[in-house]
Design a protein around this ligand. Structure first.
Ligand SMILES: O=C(O)[C@@H](O)[C@H](O)[C@H](O)C(=O)CO
Length: 421
């Protein structure tokens, strides 16, 4: 079986940083009967670098499990957060068919704070590569939600300064992806991701980005805006849910009228509080990406079968956290979570650093800040000569335990999404 394009069907990405999680992911999909299609091979270039795995290994690990489970449904494969043509080439060659373009390196992350005078000054540097400003100027776009988008000079100058270069890069990478896949006679789906920026993507910016890519012939299957609210790694949504819902409804309306394409939720691990709304407001045209949560559930296997080793892994993670958290959006502090030597109970320690479903209200996700300490240090742990070897040996010695833990974990995730369909 090879990877397939999943189109506009509701879909869910099961990122796996160990290569041993797919059996549990398959068990959850089979048990949930949610109708949500899976992507079992999903890794970013960043994750592959941090875990020392190649694109080919990611594909082989996932599809070996698919064959062993005799799983027969359509299965996607997401080459995530691609930033260069070289990223495209190595993942296309490995058999990926879903390509997530990430032009965030070209996003001016300070643009939301510039005054109008500053924007007018900086606009001169991007005027030539943002010819679309004149075409939108003065237009009012009405959305099915009743919201309107006023394309004023300040709005357009800010969009051009903030995303002008990023749009150009996204078009270049998108056209390259389509050329590479068309030449090889392989299918492809493209997602644009600007979720990893500090400032939310406004409706005007979403409308412009999507329309410029589509005008350039980039066939988007999904788009990941930076939603309002805090989508921190490893824990549930943080923020005002009604504000998020209003913004989500507008973004979904844009995706329908400019596309259609799916809205994609990155850092989707454990964000159960917003899953029902995402499914409902998009009318099922959504994609959710997870990855860190499967790694945290791998540590739950260690906590279950070898609590002493789990304590050692926590101590190591605490040593690495301040360094490793640099590229991730998290707020946990070492001071907020006691170190293992201060917690005698293994169960309490597991609650502090992983949390149990028994402690979570229905339709909500985990919130324990210790999860972020373990989440961000996955690369250091997996690549550590001792702790990486201990973790992988425990997972290989207890495959049924890991599969059962993942089945329970992702049945909760898929059920929360299904509630909105
Ligand atoms: O950590 C990564 O690089 C990926 O998991 C990336 O964050 C992915 O796009 C994601 O959001 C999964 O939750």
């Amino acid at each position: 079986m090879s990877a397939q394009c999943l189109g506009l069907s509701p879909s869910f990405g099961f990122g796996d940083r160990t290569g041993l999680a797919t059996p549990g992911h398959i068990a959850a999909v089979n048990a949930s009967s949610s109708g949500i299609l899976p992507i079992f091979a999903q890794q970013s270039i960043r994750e592959m670098a941090r875990t020392g795995r190649t694109a080919t290994q990611v594909m082989e690990d996932a599809f070996r499990a698919v064959r062993n489970a005799h799983y027969e449904g359509p299965v996607g494969a997401d080459a995530d957060h691609l930033k260069t043509e070289a990223d495209v080439e190595v993942t296309a060659e490995a058999g990926f068919v879903f390509f997530t373009i990430d032009p965030s390196a070209e996003v001016d992350q300070k643009a939301d704070n510039y005054s109008f005078d500053e924007l007018k000054y900086r606009f001169h540097d991007v005027r030539e590569l943002s010819p679309w400003v004149e075409t939108y100027l003065g237009r009012t776009i009405s959305l099915s939600t009743g919201s309107t988008i006023e394309m004023t000079e300040p709005v357009l100058y800010r969009a051009a300064v903030k995303y002008g270069r990023a749009i150009q890069l996204a078009i270049r990478l998108g056209q390259y992806i389509q050329q590479v896949q068309d030449r090889a006679g392989r299918p492809c789906e493209i997602e644009l991701s600007v979720d990893e920026t500090d400032q939310p993507t406004t409706t005007a910016e979403h409308f412009i980005i999507a329309q410029q890519l589509l005008n350039a012939g980039i066939r988007l299957v999904s788009l990941a805006p930076r939603f309002i609210g805090e989508f921190e790694k490893g824990v549930d949504f943080k923020g005002d849910i009604s504000t998020f819902e209003r913004s989500l409804a507008d973004h979904a309306a844009i995706a329908k009228v400019v596309g259609p394409y799916k809205l994609s939720l990155h850092s989707g691990s454990d964000k159960l509080t917003v899953y029902r709304q995402l499914a409902a407001y998009t009318g099922g045209m959504f994609h959710v990406k997870t990855a860190g949560t499967s790694y945290l559930e791998a540590l739950r296997v260690v906590a279950t079968v070898a609590p002493g080793e789990f304590r050692g892994m926590i101590d190591f993670a605490r040593e690495r956290y301040l360094t490793d958290k640099a590229t991730y959006h998290v707020s946990a502090t070492l001071e907020a979570v006691p170190p293992p030597h201060e917690v005698s109970s293994d169960d309490q320690l597991r609650q502090l650093y992983l949390q149990d479903w028994s402690s979570v209200l229905p339709g909500q996700g985990f919130t324990a800040p210790g999860r972020q300490i373990l989440h961000c240090t996955f690369g250091s742990t997996l690549q550590h000569p001792h702790w990486g070897a201990v973790l992988m040996q425990i997972l290989r010695e207890h495959p049924a335990v890991y599969a059962d833990i993942l089945k329970t974990h992702f049945m909760m995730h898929l059920a929360a999404l299904k509630a909105g369909l």
